[in-house]
Design a protein around this ligand. Structure first.
Ligand SMILES: C[S@@+](CC[C@H](N)C(=O)[O-])C[C@H]1O[C@@H](n2cnc3c(N)ncnc32)[C@H](O)[C@@H]1O
Length: 288
């Protein structure tokens, strides 16, 4: 974060923050230790307050965390921004515990600098299979039969169950221990920025935010302390020059899980090609 004072003021449209959570984690030899909530909150403030300077008055901010980290995120955001919502991401993957509930969800806090901000729900519609297609006077109500099934486009909510962590078999997967799915970051970028906007991620890790911003026609700025992770990000950006697909996002909509066949039909992809599939489906494709 020593680089922050060298950046110009008020140039960022969208800030995506995915810092080490308040738990013990090894990032390529740099170990982050779990801390008392007060200490972790102080640490957050030490880099969040300097970041405010680089944000445009119209900027939006997303901060990722788990349930414990959320206690600090709320405190830090509340002091400086307008908190708008908290998205719950059902991550699916998680380690079972003998004395506690398995942790398999994460929080993504949404805040803005002011009341003047960009939000485009139409850009992040979810395509869901209709289980009980209802007809009114013989006509489908809010759904269509296409791509081999009956589907409805639904408004994006603050509960996301259509995204899994990047599996080993997915093209986007790297060795980074806490890599975010491109599909998840794509929702943030599409909803809260316009083409050409500047997206910043000061905990860039394997480069997910930069890669997604690039694929979606936004500019990006990333900061990452570990050189190996920076190289992973550069490698992914090089690959993205020839492959701008985002798994689970195709034809301008996000697809729910387990719609592989329909997505292939909609994108005109053949078996074996890198279509825009979500993780489970990518796994199926590789095995096939
Ligand atoms: C949760 S990970 C981010 C993962 C990223 N969203 C991705 O998809 O790959 C947090 C990252 O912050 C980095 N980090 C930790 N302290 C940092 C600091 N002071 N400045 C910049 N990066 C830091 C770690 O090396 C790690 O890669």
């Amino acid at each position: 974060m020593a680089v922050l004072p060298h950046l110009p003021p008020a140039f960022v449209d969208l800030l995506i923050l995915d810092p080490p959570y308040n738990l013990a984690k090894d990032f390529n030899g740099r170990t982050f230790q779990k801390q008392p909530v007060e200490a972790y909150t102080k640490w957050m403030e030490s880099w969040f307050l300097p970041l405010i300077r680089v944000l445009k008055p119209t900027a939006s901010i997303y901060v990722c965390g788990d349930w414990l980290t959320s206690a600090s995120i709320f405190h830090v955001l509340r002091a400086r921004c307008n908190i708008r919502n908290r998205i719950t991401w059902e991550r699916e993957k998680g380690r079972g515990a003998k004395t506690n509930w398995k942790n398999c969800s994460e929080d993504i806090w949404f805040a803005t600098v002011s009341d003047d901000y960009c939000f485009d729900p139409e850009a992040v519609m979810l395509k869901r299979r209709v289980l009980a297609p209802y007809r009114l006077e013989g006509q489908p109500k809010d759904w269509r039969t296409e791509d081999g099934g009956s589907f409805r486009l639904t408004h994006p909510s603050n509960f996301w169950s259509d995204i899994t962590v990047p599996f080993w078999s997915m093209p986007e997967n790297t060795d980074h221990p806490t890599q975010k799915p491109e599909k998840l970051i794509a929702k943030l970028v599409l909803a809260s920025s316009k083409p050409g906007a500047v997206v910043m991620d000061p905990f860039l890790g394997s480069g997910t935010t930069a890669v997604v911003a690039y694929k979606l026609g936004r500019q990006f700025v990333g900061i990452e302390i570990d050189e190996t992770y920076c190289l992973l990000a550069l490698k992914r950006l090089a690959v993205a020059k020839d492959d701008k697909t985002i798994q689970g996002y195709a034809n301008g909509v996000f697809w729910e899980r387990n719609t592989l066949a329909e997505q292939l039909r909609a994108t005109g992809s053949k078996n074996g090609e890198r279509a825009s599939l979500d993780s489970t489906q990518s796994l199926l494709l590789e095995v096939a």
